[in-house]
Design a protein around this ligand. Sequence first.
Ligand code: ADP
Ligand code: MG
Length: 226
Amino acid sequence: MSLALTDVVLTYPDGDRALTALDHVGLEVGPGEFAAVVGPSGSGKSSLLAVAATLITPASGTVSVAGRETTGLRPAERTRLRRDHIGIVFQQPNLPASLTALDQLTVMAHLAGRSPRRAAGRARELLAAVDLAGLEHKRPHQMSGGERQRVNIARALMNGPEVLLVDEPTSALDHVRGEQVVKLLERLTRDRRLATVMVTHDLARLTAADRVYSMTDGRLSAPSEA
Ligand code: ADP
Ligand code: MG
């Protein structure tokens, strides 16, 4: 399994008490599988992705990525595992304003200590895969919202992850652009054998998914086939 969460509990401090953001959550996603998690605002979707991304360690339960249990890892090991195996697309495309589309991608390889020449080749290949081959030298302010989101997705794939985690990718887009982004995620999932988890509050986005989970007050339902 590329990504497996078992019996995950996550709490946040809340005054003298604790708020349970994830309440015994389990989730398994294999290569080439597209899972969607739907739920209202505040139900715990972003918390689920943060735990799956190993950015937050849960109070209990296990998170395994590419076959490795992560909750017991030291921070440096966890950082390396995240960098090599997990692609993360946050809700806001946080693209540095001064970098071209190509550099948004190559900087990821640079941070991972990889060869710049090969990085440029891979970045071009990925920009083409997200239908942005012509935009290599454009900066974020010269792109549409949909184009920025696709750069964001291509950037997440730069280090060849097995797992792709995507938080509300369509929230800033109109209907048509949003649909294009979800179709693109589906295609990348199949072509690159990714284990993809997309969270959304938007029910119209779910037809592309293999399985749909719903999240309510930190609890994740059993999946239904989409
Ligand atoms: P969603 O992404 O579905 O909107 P979140 O995972 O962001 O839900 O939030 C789940 C619950 O946890 C909410 O009640 C939210 O207010 C709370 N929460 C999220 N992040 C934090 C945090 N860093 N500290 C305290 N509470 C938080
Ligand atoms: Mg959220």
